[in-house]
Design a binder for this molecule. Structure first.
Ligand code: UDP
Length: 378
């Protein structure tokens, strides 16, 4: 393997951003990627039905960070896309996050303004200040009935844990709205890259100083790497340390089994994502990809059912006190290493959104290369 100044393990968001940053500063960068493609879990491609689909689940970019928004716009055009999600509850399709329409549809009400909605919530919710787990967080906001209908079983399917076994932060990702706003996110910038994420990543990595080795497991080649100036690792942190702190207690991750189907029709469902928060089916949601970017074409559509599982590639860290404690043991080891940096969702064991992953990688670069601070692109 030829010598590089910077070695990066993983070609997802964190790895690609750091590669681009270092390459643009004249460093020779090698990315080592186990999979046969770049873009990490953002990887998308045009399938046999001619539809742009994401291999690892829908990725919706949204951010309030001006610097992240400016950065991603250097490598692709982005078109505005405000994501919406419907949930099938009591055989009705209702918007999630909970808003006025959700409550009116489920309970046959005609709430028409914010103060009526606040009044309704006030009567339903259970006051649990400083909610410490997911269950209390939801009960505090919407009360028992919506908790049961929309959150309890979905969470069990998603994490194989009930909300009380998870940090409040997991369930607090979903707001409750007192108006008619049915967007999934409320960030200032919400968009998708024209032509898809893989193309965006290809542009990010399109630099003569960057070499990407696909189909290469870092742990198979690490003895051939020599000693780069810096090594950035974006894989699961416990794997790096050969699971030494997990012999009795495993650091948990969730994976997703994506089951794709072709359906002979123009449109299978009325929205890109429909969640199934009930017990009647095992999947958490069905994604119909042609909705993203309003893709047109022949009367055939691709849908993907998502089943979460604890086997397979790790996608989600599982945020709770037990896992945090195990992670801490690894973090301390990681901190003691010289010139080795742990970046991203799996290496930091944090439930980052995409923009947080961009932000962290950009901030880390600034922190490590302070002289470059003034020349960060706008
Ligand atoms: N959640 C739920 N019902 C839903 C959607 C989400 O109970 O219909 C809970 C569930 O615990 C989930 C968490 O809220 O893991 C965060 O949801 P989000 O959509 O942010 O998850 P992601 O898109 O990252 O899988």
């Amino acid at each position: 393997m030829k010598h590089s100044d910077i070695v990066i393990i993983g070609a997802g968001i964190s790895g690609a951003v750091l590669a681009e940053r270092y390459a643009s500063r004249g460093k020779r960068v090698t990315i080592i990627e186990k999979r046969d493609h770049i873009a990490g879990n953002c990887y998308d491609y045009v399938d046999d039905n001619g539809i742009l689909v994401s291999k690892y689940g829908a990725h919706l970019f949204h951010t309030n960070y001006d610097d992240v928004w400016a950065y991603v716009n250097r490598f692709s055009e982005w078109y505005p896309w405000e994501h919406k999600v419907l949930a099938k509850v009591d055989d009705k399709l209702v918007p999630i996050p909970v808003n006025i329409t959700t409550v009116n549809t489920l309970y046959g009400l005609s709430i028409s303004n914010e103060s009526e909605m606040r009044e309704w919530l006030e009567a339903e919710r259970i006051d649990i200040p400083d909610a410490a787990n997911g269950r209390d967080a939801v009960l505090h906001k919407v009360g028992e009935d919506l908790y049961e209908k929309m959150f309890r079983h979905y969470t069990k399917k998603q994490w194989d844990k009930y909300p009380e076994e998870l940090d409040a932060s997991v369930l607090n990702r979903i707001p409750v709205r007192t108006n008619f706003d049915d967007r999934y996110f409320s960030d200032r910038y919400q968009a998708l890259p024209k032509g898809g994420y893989t193309r965006f990543f290809a542009a990010l990595l399109d630099h003569p100083n960057i070499e990407v080795l696909l189909n290469t497991d870092y742990f198979d080649v690490k003895d051939q790497i020599g000693r780069p100036e810096k090594l950035f690792y974006t894989g699961p942190i416990d794997r790096f340390f050969e699971f030494k702190h997990s012999l009795t207690e495993k650091l948990e991750y969730r994976s997703i089994n994506f089951v794709s189907e072709t359906v002979e029709c123009k449109e299978f469902q009325e929205n890109s994502v429909i969640n199934y928060p009930g017990r009647e089916v095992d999947y958490t949601r069905i994604v119909e990809y042609r909705h993203f970017g309003n893709q047109t074409g022949p009367a055939v559509t691709t849908i993907v059912k998502e089943y979460t599982t604890d086997e397979g590639d790790p996608y989600y860290p599982v945020p709770n006190a037990r896992n945090q404690e195990i992670y801490e043991r690894y973090r301390k080891e990681a901190e003691a290493l010289e010139d080795v940096y742990f970046v991203g969702r799996l290496a930091n064991y944090k439930y980052f959104n995409m923009d947080q992953a961009f932000k962290n990688a950009l901030d880390l670069f600034q922190q490590l290369e302070p002289k470059q601070l003034k020349s960060i692109p706008t």
